[in-house]
Structure formats: C-alpha cells, structure tokens
Design a protein around this ligand. Structure first.
Ligand code: CO8
Length: 262
C-alpha cells in the first residue's frame, strides 16, 4: 500500500492496481466543497492516467460517504457566482471523463451531492448503515449534480420522484431493492469487500474493462439499435486486442491468463 497527502480534504492510497480515494472532511460529514471536489477530480484524473492502476475506489467514513454539497459555502452565492464559475460543471463532472471502473463504497449518509457522487460511480457497494437521500427540496434547491437525471435511470420515475420531491431517505436494503446500489454488505466487511472487488476488477484486461464501461454507459445515451451497434463494434474491436487472444487461449490451455492490458 502507498499513501499520500495525509492532511488534505481527500486521502489517496494505492493497493496493487487499485487507486483508493477517501473523502476526508469528517467534522463536516465529508460535505463537498470546491477544494474537495478539485482534489477529487485531480486524483481521479491522476489514477485514470496511471498505467499501473486498473480500478478506482471512492469511499468516506463510517458515518458518512458525503452529506452533500457544502451548504454554508453556497448559502449566499448569487446566480452570477454559480453561472460564471461553472458550479458543479467545472469540477464535479470530471468523474464523467474517467474511463476506468469507479466503485463507490458507501457507509452512513450519502445525501444530496453525496448521493449524486455515488450515482456517478459505476458500481455502488453499500454497508448496511448506508442511507441515501436527495433532500435538496428542504433547502428549496434541486438535486443539481446529476440527481434528477441519474436517479430515474437507476430506480425508475416513480421512486425517483418520491425521493426528489419528498426528500425520502432510503435504507441500504431499500436502495438495494430499488436498484440504486449494486450490493449490500455488513458495515464491518464494507472496506475489505470493496477492496477485494476492486482488486478483482483491476486484475482483468484494462482495455476490455474500458470497452465494457463505455458500452454500458451507452445504454443510457442512445436508442437500443444504436446501442447494440456500438456494442457490436466494441466486441469486434476486442479481436484486435492481445489480451482477448490471451484470455481465450489461457482458457483452452487451462491456465490463468497473463494480461498485458493491451
Ligand atoms: N454542508 C456543510 N456541513 C454539513 C453538511 C453539509 N451538507 N451536512 C452536515 N454538515 C455538518 C453539520 O453542520 C455539523 O457541523 P457542526 O458540528 O459544526 O454543527 C456536522 O456536519 C455534523 O452534522 P449534524 O450535527 O447535522 O449530524 P447529524 O448526525 O445530526 O445529521 C445529517 C446528519 C442528517 C446528514 C444532517 O447533517 C443533514 O441533514 N445534513 C444536510 C444534508 C443535506 O441537506 N444535503 C444536501 C445538500 S445540497 C446538495 O448536496 C446539492 C448538490 C447539488 C447541487 C447544488 C444545489 C444545492
């Protein structure tokens, strides 16, 4: 394991081919201010560019993944402030540029922007204490970091409207039933399970992972026939990959594949 920047709003570590990012504003339940989102964006881009990293894990503390955007900072902003600075767009959306798999490991509160950050990840692993809500309506705001768009895609319109309009909080079990999260595990096993999952994924061929991520994301952004065409082209491109031939030959030879991530 290697570690860096221990006094920052985020902590980063590497565990083999896994890049781990821990949100680190415990006194504010990891409320997401500009400094944190700038650091998160930089860490995501750095792990994405690092050939030694195959998957990225984002996590928080036992009490909170993140309790949302930093409310005191936003309280007196004007329209011009947020429009001219590109609030949200400028740094929150960096995660959309990441081509490697990103896993969120969520314990405690994932509220507002914290829930939206988890929704922007590819896989959400929840500890049984995880609580998901989009409570922006209580502030007379709206879930403006992708929540009104990603939540209905994840759980359907009826559940999404209920959560966005009433600020209803979901338990981990409810979030699992509704399809908001990928898996629920006991809190005590969350970090180990998340690292094991990330390590498993990071051991596969990186270009194959990237092609799968791109193809699954396409499902939300195109018609079925366009999506199928995109997927078919991605599949055909696998035949230009050394790793795909290695994977198939290793199966035939009854041995473990050795991927070169090419
Ligand atoms: N921002 C800043 N500080 C926060 C935030 C936050 N979002 N959430 C909690 N904190 C701080 C508290 O102020 C408190 O600080 P202090 O000890 O100095 O008073 C500390 O964290 C601990 O919080 P609590 O004492 O409230 O802890 P509880 O366990 O009693 O309650 C809750 C935990 C339920 C999570 C509660 O803190 C809460 O409701 N927080 C606000 C949640 C929220 O409304 N989130 C949405 C924010 S808006 C947003 O994310 C929108 C993003 C997208 C677009 C932007 C449009 C607004």
């Amino acid at each position: 394991m290697s570690e860096s920047n221990a006094s920052s709003t985020i902590l980063t570590e590497t565990h083999g081919r896994v890049g781990l990012i821990r949100l680190n504003r415990p006194a504010q339940l990891n409320a997401l201010n500009d400094e944190l989102m700038d650091a998160l964006g930089a860490a995501l881009l750095s792990f994405d560019a690092n050939a030694e990293i195959g998957a990225i894990l984002i996590t928080g503390s036992d009490k909170a993944f993140a309790a949302g955007a930093d409310i005191p900072v936003m309280a007196d902003w004007s329209y011009m402030d947020v429009f001219q600075s590109g609030f949200i767009t400028r740094n929150w959306e960096i995660i959309r540029q990441v081509r490697k798999p990103v896993i969120a490991a969520v314990a405690g509160f994932a509220m507002g922007g914290g829930c939206e950050l988890a929704l922007a990840c590819d896989i959400i692993l929840a500890g049984d204490s995880a609580k998901f809500a989009l409570p922006e309506i209580k502030l007379a705001m709206l879930p403006g970091a992708g929540g009104t768009q990603r939540l209905p895609r994840a759980v359907g319109k009826a559940k999404a409207m209920d959560m966005c309009l009433s600020a209803r909080m979901l338990s981990a079990q409810e979030a699992d039933r509704y399809g908001l999260v990928s898996r629920v595990v006991p809190d005590t096993e969350l970090q180990a399970t998340a690292l094991k999952l990330a390590t498993q994924i990071a051991g596969y061929s990186l270009p194959a992972l990237m092609a799968i991520k791109e193809s699954v994301n396409r499902a939300h952004e195109s018609s079925l026939s366009e999506g199928i065409l995109f997927e078919r082209r991605a599949l055909h491109a696998r035949f230009a990959s050394d790793d795909a031939h290695e994977g198939m030959h290793a199966f035939l030879d009854k041995r473990k594949p050795v991927f070169q991530h090419r």
